[in-house]
Structure formats: structure tokens, C-alpha cells
Design a protein around this ligand. Sequence first.
Ligand SMILES: [Zn+2]
Length: 136
Amino acid sequence: MTVETEHSRKYDAIRAEFPGVVTKGFECDVGWLPILREFFSVVRRMIPAGRERDFVLLQVKEKLAGLRIYFRLADSLPDAAKAAIYDDYSVAEARAAVTCEVCGQPGVFRSQNGWLLTRCEDHAEGGIPVPPPEAT
Ligand SMILES: [Zn+2]
């Protein structure tokens, strides 16, 4: 099974689990999908059924070795719901920063030919551990 097939199969499952919420593809590898599932389950709990338009997913991607989820929330959402979603986004970012993007095992930031990646030992592919971008 190719990586692409595994990615699209897992992505389709998450999309089916959160209809109207997961409306964009994920531009990251499968190791982070459990983190995304957790994030979208919080979104689902905070957005009432029928109000899916209150959460607009713009983009999900890997950037500078970190997970980025871009989204827009309706002004009319209760502050507690907004706070819960932003809080869980922070948690998702923090988890992704220590999770191999390929397999989901514990990982660290690595530099590989000028690219920053978050990878475990098995998927390092020669990447050298470096401090997180925030710390530099
Ligand atoms: Zn790995």
C-alpha cells in the first residue's frame, strides 16, 4: 500500500467522521492524523449540529516542521467555544512538534538539507536534531 493510498484512506475516514467540519484536504503526513482527529472532535463538540458554517476550515498543512490549521470562527460563537477550539489548536501544535509526521511515534525537530522536519529516529533520513524554531 502506498503512502498516498494510506493517507487518502485515513483522510476519508476523518472527513466522514466530521461531515461539514473537515472540508479541506490535509497537506501533512499520516503520523499527525490522530492529532487532527482529536482537534476536529473538539471542534465538533463546540459547534452545534446544523451550525457547521460557524467553523470554516481554510487549510491544514505542515510548515517549518510544525502543524498548522488555518480556520475561521463565526463571531456569533460563544466565547467559551472559541476558547476551547483555540486551546485545542495550541495542544495540537504542541503535540505535533514532538510527533513524527510519518508514523506518529515520538519525534524531534530535525534539519535535513535545509528543510525542517519533525521525525522519529526511524524516519530521520539523515536529518540532524535541532532546537525547535521558537527557541532559536
Ligand atoms: Zn517515524
